[in-house]
Design a protein around this ligand. Sequence first.
Ligand SMILES: [Fe+2]
Ligand SMILES: [Fe+2]
Length: 360
Amino acid sequence: MTLQTGYELPAAAVRRLESLVSAIERNPGRMVDPVELAALQERVDMRPAFAALPETLSEDDFVGVLKLALLTECATDSYAAVIEDRASRYQAGWLGRFTRDTWVPDERMHHAPYRTMLERAGIAAEELDREIEETQTRTYIHHSGDTPIHITAFGMVQEYLTDHWHGRIAQLLRQSSPEAAAMANQIKRRETIHTIWYRDMTALQLEANPRLMRHVAEAVAHFRMPGSVLVPELEAQVPRWLPALGTDFERLTSELIRHIHAMAGDTADAARLLLTIAEERGLKVGPLPAGLVSRALNRLGGPGYGLLGEAVLQRVGLGYLFEAEQRAAGPGSERARVGRVRALVRNWLADQIDIRLEPA
Ligand SMILES: [Fe+2]
Ligand SMILES: [Fe+2]
């Protein structure tokens, strides 16, 4: 697999990225508060949580779920080394600065709460020390492309899925161990913000150079969680753990598509991007290979992308993103009549599309 390397941005776009990073530095949102965290850590009791686990999740499983959070959060420096290397290779000072000065200090706060939860669950400190050291000494090999837009698109998906993981843990602990749930939620909130930061960085690059859409599609299509490289034995259990943690896969997909829609800027470009992702993954739209659909739509000059985009949004329950605009046209108008025909085709298309984010 050879990923695209051509990466060019006009100087004005680089300046916009520099100002976005400066704005993030000025207001990074509410970081994890060490004092608040220490107070929660002191009170955490994990016994009720382990006593109240769902039947599908054994005690060992739950230890694994918490260890995956701990160990992947411990490896911040490995990810930062990869990102900073790519940033300097492509002279993306903004990405290096963001990683070093904002992202790393923020991420360094994320592992400690999980260590506390595991210790309170009776896991020996020496075992945790050893596993942390093993993970930190492993080399993180990045598989999803090297240009800055590959990195930020990858970052968006990775933060999004990490956000989900902390969120599921918080939900599971909400009643049985509220202090542990509060800690997991504090971290979850940071990952939500990181998702948006990476999304906006990707959007700025894409807007300035639409040819980079292929890079974004590659990063998303070839995405692999860093845990699959750093803690493969735990990551391999995730497909089994997610349903036990109550993951709603439809919703997980729908929210990711909402981010992709926001990143692409409009419904037609979101469709173009999703189709390129599908093509990269060798997927089909109904009976047709995504690549063929994409070539046909390109030949038509692209008007079909808008309709395809609407069908995707409708399929994942995000129809409101385009409906409000169409309602504004009024019921008797020409636009409304065209709209009814459009709806017929859109419904047919939506039936052909099967998208669901499932663990690999
Ligand atoms: Fe984190
Ligand atoms: Fe993060």
